[in-house]
Design a protein around this ligand. Structure first.
Ligand code: SF4
Ligand code: SF4
Length: 362
């Protein structure tokens, strides 16, 4: 099907599912949906059955490489596809005590990458303190996931590019598309223009210039109920368009698949695309991607310190199996000896070239 005639996400949400008291804000409801229907009646194989058939069940961690910490679900945007169900109305943010526990774990981890995410992590009042402290741990790759528009959302954020530069932070920013129409459709009116301004501010301090060592990567996700295109081809198109239209440079593009969770699940159901999307994910199952899924090299820490196999499991309330399941009891050796918790949303990570927070996996 041509992308142009495929169902597209229609604009940003006004409020989070949580604020609307929507039934889908309940993670149990989401898990029931993901286990019911075509999976319950055997029309489609469950993810467990499919990976067992490929000889890959249970899914087990390999070496821990990435510690991903969610600083909270508060965000200045309410994007239509958001799997976090983030927004200005969310109040769940990490407190300083939990951050101190995280710093203890960062000091002991064998992971080479620290990945701060949200919501908009910059909105946490202790964000700068935490970055300053964490930067001293000497982690090889220190990522902050910034939605770009936060830099322009309030005067107090305007100096974020300099702050990021000072701490040699690797900035990873969501930018669904290089056209205004597709980006605004998914994230809200005016988001594209603000994102362009923010990218220019990051470029102005050296981000995206290969000589500077200041890394700026962009994240693309499809604007509707279809799988992303080829990552290398998309990176080429993004680089060409952003340079020719705005003189903007960046390092790499990560192309990620929308997982059927939270607001994207809500969109799939509301637009009557849920079944078709799940069939597409199952049909595109790639056994080679199973070896590389994010949960095999990542641990995710929730805003309250709870530990999860990945960010998606966090949003479904699926804690790591067994103990420890809180950052206060962090023991990497014990944690690495666990079975990963899976459900049908995992098909999003194994479709086509596979998908993770770092883009495709095969
Ligand atoms: S910017 Fe990111 S976290 Fe915020 S609403 Fe959009 S997708 Fe969700
Ligand atoms: S959703 Fe999480 S647990 Fe499932 S395959 Fe993807 S990374 Fe692993």
């Amino acid at each position: 099907m041509e992308e142009s005639i495929m169902p597209q996400i229609r604009g940003a949400a006004k409020k989070s599912l949580h604020a609307k008291h929507d039934a889908l804000a309940d993670t149990q409801r989401q898990l029931e949906l993901l286990s019911g229907g075509m999976f319950a009646d055997g029309e489609l194989p469950t993810f467990k059955a499919r990976i067992a058939q490929a000889g890959k069940f249970p899914l087990r961690p390999k070496k821990l490489e990435i510690l991903q910490i969610n600083l909270g679900y508060m965000c200045n945007q309410v994007c239509g596809h958001c799997h976090v169900d983030a927004g200005p109305d969310r109040r769940e943010i990490m407190d300083r005590h939990t951050m101190e526990l995280c710093l203890g774990a960062i000091g002991r981890t064998g992971a080479h990458t620290l990945d701060l995410t949200g919501g908009a992590p910059e909105m946490n009042p202790d964000f700068r303190w935490f970055v300053e402290e964490a930067a001293q741990a000497g982690i090889q790759d220190f990522i902050v996931r910034s939605n770009l528009t936060i830099i322009l959302a309030n005067k107090k954020y305007h100096d974020l590019p300099d702050f990021f530069k000072k701490h040699r932070v690797h900035v990873v920013s969501s930018m669904p598309h290089y056209t205004r129409g597709k980006t605004d459709k998914q994230r809200g009116d005016g988001v594209f223009d603000k994102s362009i301004k923010a990218l220019k501010m990051l470029n102005a301090v050296g981000y995206g210039d290969p000589e500077s060592g200041l890394r700026l990567d962009l994240v693309h996700n499809p604007s509707g109920a279809f799988l992303p295109g080829d990552q290398a081809a998309l990176e080429h198109d993004f680089k060409k368009a952003l340079w020719e239209d705005f003189n903007i440079v960046f390092n790499h593009l990560f192309s990620i698949t929308n997982l059927p969770i939270s607001r994207f699940l809500d969109y799939l159901l509301a637009s009557d695309n849920y079944e078709e999307y799940m069939v597409a994910l199952v049909d595109a199952f790639n056994p080679a991607a199973v070896e590389q899924v994010m949960c095999t090299n990542t641990l995710s820490v929730g805003w309250d310190g709870t530990l999860y196999d990945c960010d998606f499991n966090q949003m479904l309330g699926l804690k790591v199996s067994g103990k420890p399941s809180h950052i206060r009891d962090y023991d990497e050796a014990v944690l690495q000896d666990r079975d990963i918790v899976i459900s049908q949303h995992c098909y999003g990570c194994t479709a086509g070239a596979g998908s993770s927070c770092q883009g495709t996996v095969t």
